[in-house]
Design a protein around this ligand. Structure first.
Ligand code: GLC
Length: 422
């Protein structure tokens, strides 16, 4: 079977009727940014089904505008932490109490790039809810102009060592309710986050639940608060795409313009001059994280950063490219805590390679964009459609038959390559 057919098989096998799970067993629900990338992949062979992936995600939107990271349409005893642990959440369906990087607007724009009347109608259908979600980010996740997070899970880069400085200064709740992890039953524990980290993730969930998921309280009184280049740059890019849609739809762009201007100006809050990279920063202490991550070059995807900043990021990427066989590792191989197989501590992530390659190509960094795209394609050819890959060997890690890996493959190599894909 060709790799295209295998990829389509994975996506149809993970289809749960209008939405797609990331992989069987480990992740049995609809995840936010997964669905956005999945929609792009499905669009290469079934544009109508791709659209339902987008609208299904909006079903989980909260009254305040947040679109949560996971929508629990059922209660699967094989998954933890499920709906019982997150407690009562205000949306129409049970969900987590955190969001995820808002790639949706960029995907909606790309899916409807032809601008036919039907495509414009689709943009109109989702414009207001997405606008509301972006407004939620401005009110509940911006500090010092930078996009911040109250939980590492919200960044989509769960246990990246980038979060260690924020986690180190918080304590595990003495009253943390006992729990049994399920992730380690599905996959090898040495690929997954450590127990101490897990206790802290659940401490934040418990505090959020005690606060009734009042996002303003969580922001100001929660145990963890870090500025995040993933959320910041993905949101900035999404705001640019939302503005382009507003113009097509004849909507006022003034509010979005202010978000874009502040997103551009305040990226500097995360500029780590010692490292020559955008990195996460602990808002409580002002400390910068200590390594180059695969979120650092998302400034290209967002079209942000000065020429000098971009130059220093390129130098870092060239250094790292000399150390690994497969670009782009999620954490700097020269930094402490690099582990090539442990989740966000080193492996190559398909959706990150997709966004970074797209940004670099747009910025004219064609060679590095090509390497990042080719290396992921080579890892997939060698090992199959895994969740992520060891950057030294190309070996697949964690979940197999993974939806976003199949989707990214299809956007690059599928039956009808999408306009604008890197
Ligand atoms: C993990 C990843 C996150 C992803 C989810 C489902 O939690 O860190 O980014 O959305 O799995 O694939």
């Amino acid at each position: 079977m060709s790799l295209n057919d295998q990829a389509i098989d994975i996506l149809t096998g993970n289809d749960r009727g209008g939405y797609t799970i990331p992989t069987k067993g480990l992740y049995p629900y609809q995840w936010n940014w997964d669905s956005a990338f999945i929609a792009l992949g499905i669009a290469s062979y079934d544009p109508d089904r791709a659209w339902s992936e987008v609208t299904a995600l909006l079903d989980g939107q909260w009254p305040d505008g947040m679109i949560p990271s996971i929508i629990f349409r059922s209660d699967d005893p094989d998954y933890f932490p499920g709906p019982a642990r997150w407690g009562k959440t205000p949306g129409a369906m049970p969900s987590t109490g955190v969001s995820q990087p808002p790639v949706l607007a960029s995907v909606v724009r790309q899916l409807n790039a032809g601008g036919s009347p039907a495509e414009i109608a689709r943009m109109r259908e989702v414009f207001a809810p997405i606008m509301k979600w972006h407004r939620w980010f401005q009110s509940s996740r911006v500090m010092h102009g930078a996009t911040v997070t109250t939980h590492p899970w919200e960044t989509g880069r769960d246990n990246c060592p980038e979060w260690n400085i924020g986690l180190d200064q918080m304590a595990v709740a003495p009253d943390l309710a006992p729990y049994v992890r399920m992730d380690n039953k599905h996959v090898n524990p040495r690929f997954r986050p450590s127990q101490e980290q897990y206790d802290k993730y659940l401490t934040i969930v418990q505090r959020g639940e005690e606060m009734g998921w009042d996002q303003n309280r969580l922001l100001h009184e929660g145990p963890f608060l870090m500025a995040d280049p993933t959320l910041h740059f993905v949101l900035l890019r999404a705001n640019r795409d939302l503005k382009a849609m507003a113009e097509i739809l004849g909507e006022d762009t003034a509010e979005i313009d202010t978000w874009i201007a502040s997103g551009e100006a305040s990226a500097d809050y995360m500029w780590n001059d010692a490292l020559g990279a955008f990195t996460a920063r602990d808002v409580k202490t002002g400390a910068f994280s200590t390594g180059f991550s695969n979120a650092s070059p998302l400034c290209f995807y967002a079209d942000a950063g000065t020429p000098e900043q971009r130059g220093r990021i390129m130098e870092n990427m060239k250094r790292i490219a000399g150390k690994v066989r497969f670009m782009l590792p999620s954490w700097d191989p020269d930094a402490d805590a690099f582990e090539p197989q442990r989740y966000w501590c080193g492996p190559v992530w398909p959706q990150m390679n997709y966004m970074v390659a797209e940004g670099l190509a747009r910025a004219g960094e064609v060679e590095m964009a090509g390497r990042i795209r080719e290396d992921l394609s080579a890892a997939i050819r060698q090992s199959g459609f895994w969740e992520c890959f060891n950057p030294l060997t190309g070996e697949g890690c964690v979940g197999n038959n993974f939806s976003w890996t199949a989707a990214v493959w299809l956007t690059w190599h599928g039956p009808q390559p999408l306009r604008g894909a890197a």
